[in-house]
Design a binder for this molecule. Structure first.
Ligand SMILES: NC(=O)c1ccc[n+]([C@@H]2O[C@H](COP(=O)([O-])OP(=O)(O)OC[C@H]3O[C@@H](n4cnc5c(N)ncnc54)[C@H](O)[C@@H]3O)[C@@H](O)[C@H]2O)c1
Length: 312
């Protein structure tokens, strides 16, 4: 099978490419190295992949590149590329609008025109739901950030291309993801980095906000299951098993790292979720997906990766 992974140099995309190659797929990786975080970090994410004979990488921007040639022979698209992160979406709206909406529409259109694409798997987010996320996939979306709004628009486009043009699309709503290669703007990355460096951690709000964070290996497995048991028009919540607060995560990290954290509190951030736990009954029933990695195991893997980074 020849597949395309957009956002291949990013956190989740690079792990997904590795898993697909292990399964014997031929992978076309696409990334524009959007400077949301440094190019060097993304190059490091790609380093192993580029050695693989079944992996072809194209640096191109989905917002403007000609896509027909790179789609030649591609049967399955995993559209992982996006501008992620809540905070910057207030100040850099245009990048969110173009990378999450325009780029998605261009890729859907090109996939539809290619006539060869039999699955289009679209990575979305729990942020489409809003600040309190507890229900199933039928819960009314009420995003409270430009990020969530642009990701919801991407979902609608994927659904419209399925309904109007018969392009088989499926949507995966990922709940906060962590693990090795986590983006350097994300909470767990910053917590670990600061504890290792003996610098203060800023917790926004009380630190009691609850999350069911998802280990990246589980996200990748769920994404592969969505491909293996593909249903056009489907939407799935994909999250982790354990619901914990930022304060509990910091306590666990202190234990794993063996060092006290210096914690200071800042104001709650606009658009942040107060509680997010995936209702994953549908993914369990239809995909057979159950998250397998405990928070402790996942954090140990991320700490080991960040310790190695710090020594480079
Ligand atoms: N990390 C999380 O916790 C999380 C949670 C929910 C949903 N998601 C979704 O998962 C996906 C991947 O997130 P991530 O954390 O790996 O982010 P990431 O920033 O590490 O990866 C995204 C990649 O997409 C690329 N990209 C963005 N716009 C592009 C464009 N126009 N053309 C080509 N490439 C482009 C970027 O350069 C980047 O390398 C996103 O769709 C995001 O919305 C992530």
């Amino acid at each position: 099978m020849r597949c395309m992974v957009t956002g291949a140099a990013g956190f989740i995309g690079s792990h997904l490419c590795e898993a697909l190659l292990l399964d014997g797929a031929e992978v076309v990786g696409i990334d524009a190295f959007i400077p949301y975080y440094p190019r060097a970090v993304k190059m490091a994410n790609l380093a192993g992949l580029r050695q693989h004979p079944q992996f072809a990488f194209y640096e191109l921007d989905l917002r403007e590149a000609e896509l027909a040639a790179v789609l030649d022979g591609v049967e399955v698209i995993f559209h992982i590329a996006a501008m992620p992160g809540l905070l910057a979406s207030w100040s850099h709206f245009e990048s969110y609008m173009t990378c999450n909406v325009l780029a998605t529409q261009r890729l859907l259109q090109a996939a539809s025109e290619s006539g060869q694409v039999r699955q289009f798997i679209h990575a979305s987010t729990s942020s489409i739901y809003g600040s309190l996320v507890l229900g199933d996939e039928q819960t009314k979306p009420q995003p409270v950030s430009p990020y969530g709004i642009t990701k919801l628009a991407g979902e609608h486009l994927a659904q419209v291309y399925n309904a109007q043009f018969g392009l088989p699309t499926s949507i995966l709503r990922y709940f906060s993801v962590y693990g090795p290669r986590q983006r350097p703007d994300m909470g767990y990355y910053l917590f670990i980095e600061r504890i290792l460096q003996g610098r203060p951690i800023t917790v926004f709000g009380s630190g009691d906000q609850l999350r069911g964070n998802t280990y990246v290996g589980d996200i990748v497995r769920a994404t592969q299951l969505a491909h293996q048991r593909f249903t056009p028009g489907s939407v799935y919540n994909i999250g982790g098993a354990e619901e914990v607060s930022a304060n509990q995560v910091i306590a666990l990290l202190q234990d794993i790292i063996g060092k006290e954290a210096i914690v200071q509190h800042g104001p709650a951030r606009p658009g942040e979720q107060s509680r997010a736990l995936a209702d994953m009954r549908l993914a369990r029933e239809q995909l057979g997906f159950v998250p397998a990695t405990s928070l402790r195991q996942g954090l140990e893997a991320q700490v080991a990766w960040q310790r190695a980074l710090a020594q480079d």
